[in-house]
Design a binder for this molecule. Sequence first.
Ligand code: SF4
Ligand code: SF4
Length: 289
Amino acid sequence: MEIFTIERLDSMVYGYINRIIPFSSVDGPGNRTSIFFQECNFNCIYCHNPETINTCVNCGKCIEVCKTGAIKNILGEIVWDYSKCCNCDSCIKICKNNSSPKIKKFTPQNLMNEIEKYKNFIQGITVSGGECTIQEEFIIELFKIARNNGLTCFIDSNGFKDFKEMTELLSLTDKVMLDVKSWDKAIHKEFIGEDNTNVLKNLKYLASMDKLYEVRTVVVPDMFKNEDTVYNVSKFIGESNLNIRYKLIKFRAMGVREEIKDMKSPSDEYMNKLKEIAYKNGCEDVVIV
Ligand code: SF4
Ligand code: SF4
């Protein structure tokens, strides 16, 4: 098995990848390979993959709990040998940094070589995270290669970075799936950790460029003003006269942090009530997952 170490890579642009799902039918149209990038600029209270939030600080704590010797410190940098890993995730549980040692470091061409294995069975690729646009430079190079290979390129983004300023990336992108976590600014700041000004700007900008495929809202009872967010997002979609899907995602306490692991999921009745609000606002394609 090949191990991706610093020495074996020769490009100046690297991507730090948490996980690759070879075949996904929920990350854009058709069958797609989904690539989850490490690092996020938000810190959502309900994050289902908190180990994707930060980059590793090479503290070495996870080496001590790895029973298979899959984690090593090479020249001060944590390196993961996936051929030795049994996926017990003890390393992720011990990490106090919301990080993971199980990161692969790719050049764009290395990553395309990996995608190549699935190429005959997919329509395209979707980059996700974490927040993939943090690694904008890498994605630009990856998308150039993927497009040359006949694949469509989608982005799943939290909308924190201004797409208006990412012109080259957007020109190489077929469509974007955007999270609108809260319409209310104060709530966004409190539970997501950052302001939502750019998110709402991106919602309008991406729609104006016909680059918006889907908007997503995670429904978290009590904590978030779900009805307000659904009302405003669906009103915007309805008035845009564009074919934009609105996906309402039920909060589930899977993989979340200790402090909210007992929080309940919203009921089906409540989700349907939100769906009704969206329909009444002219949003025709509403999906509950
Ligand atoms: S993954 Fe976490 S525990 Fe392991 S070295 Fe990095 S920061 Fe430390
Ligand atoms: S999941 Fe982590 S702790 Fe478990 S074997 Fe793999 S690298 Fe080691």
